[in-house]
Design a protein around this ligand. Structure first.
Ligand SMILES: Cc1cc2nc3c(=O)[nH]c(=O)nc-3n(C[C@H](O)[C@H](O)[C@H](O)COP(=O)(O)O)c2cc1C
Length: 325
């Protein structure tokens, strides 16, 4: 399958693994890239630019295919050394960066000068248009169903993707709720040039997270995610657990008075405890509604191969067959 995204990034299949905090290590990125997709290392999971440089080296030892690095600009207590991370990416010879969160304008000139393509993840058409206007090469359009930060507009992909197709000139991939060949085929029909998956890639053999995390995704249905931090305008879709329900109770009780400090126990420093130690009640961690479509733990290659086979079959048999008859 050839699309503007496979051409832009020099990959075999139009499938991207989105950056994921404490999941997007070299092992997963390399597995996705080796299977013909675009694997992505998450910069801010690395404690320093030096550690990111080492992670990029490790990834390169595991794959000779293109892979990317995610750089997330979100409100944080201590601003990360963004220029240092960008330098590590450029010096490491990485050719694709996925930006997310705030406007990435400040990092575009050094990246483009070094020949790096930038795909910006956005949750609205207005942000995607902004990304296009400042020179981003592609967009990842993230619908309301997505795991992580869906923004504050709450527009699901059945509306968001065709709206993006109406407005954008740069190519975009569909993100949020994507799991299989049906997702990819639908995304292409709605104007996307491929798809980005987060949650689905956590439930794979190579994802370097605790087995409890994979089992929790398998056990979850599409009804088991919650939106937290909405009153702080930093909404995150997470898998529910006791800590999340406690957090929501606090949000309800404190209303407009809620401050980040009130929920710090449920959100700060949670990721290593969940992802490494498998302490599933430690706090709130991102997970998409797509958990309802995840029923197994395949290898990354099995997942990508069957997704492509299913999509090809849907296009050639099911869809074309409807016209032939
Ligand atoms: C555990 C987890 C951590 C994530 N961390 C990040 C992150 O650090 N930066 C980012 O841009 N997106 C992050 N995301 C969002 C994903 O890259 C992707 O956009 C999203 O998962 C797509 O929705 P899906 O889960 O329905 O596939 C995260 C998602 C999950 C599930």
């Amino acid at each position: 399958m050839k699309t503007k995204i496979t051409e832009l990034f020099g990959i075999q299949h139009p499938i991207i693994q989105g950056g994921m905090h404490h999941v997007g290590y070299a092992e997963l990125a390399a597995a996705v890239s080796n299977a013909g997709g675009l694997g992505i290392i998450t910069a801010l999971t690395q404690p320093s630019p030096e550690a990111l440089a080492e992670e990029i080296r490790r990834c390169r030892e595991m794959t000779d295919k293109p892979f990317g690095v995610n750089v997330t600009f979100l409100p944080s207590v201590n601003t990360p050394d963004y220029p240092g991370y960008i330098k590590a990416i450029i010096d490491g010879g990485v050719k694709v960066v996925e930006t997310a969160g705030n406007n990435p304008q400040q990092v575009l000139p050094p990246l483009h000068e070094a020949g790096v393509k930038v795909i910006h993840k956005c949750t609205s058409v207005r942000h995607a248009l902004k990304a296009e206007s400042i020179g981003c090469d592609a967009a990842s359009v993230d619908g309301f169903e997505c795991g992580g930060h869906p923004g504050e507009d709450d527009v699901p992909n059945f509306i968001l993707l065709p709206r993006a197709a109406e407005e954008l000139t740069i190519p975009f991939v569909a993100s949020g709720g994507m799991a299989n060949g049906r997702s990819l085929t639908a995304a292409l029909a709605m104007g996307a040039e491929g798809m980005n998956m987060g949650t689905r890639f956590i439930a794979t053999k190579e994802a370097p997270v605790h087995e409890n995390v994979k089992q929790a995704i398998l056990a979850a249905t599409e009804l088991d995610t919650r939106l937290v931090m909405r009153p702080l305008r930093n909404t995150e879709r997470v898998l529910t657990n006791d800590a999340v329900e406690r957090l929501l109770e606090k949000e309800k009780r404190l209303g407009a008075d809620l401050k980040f400090e009130d929920i710090i126990d449920e959100v700060a420093g949670v990721y290593p405890r969940i992802m490494k130690e498998g302490e599933m009640e430690a706090g709130a961690w991102s997970c998409g509604m797509v958990a309802g479509l995840i029923h197994d733990i395949p290898t990354v290659k099995e997942l990508i191969d069957r997704t492509m086979a299913e999509s090809e079959d849907l296009i050639r048999q099911r869809l074309a067959g409807m016209l032939d008859s």
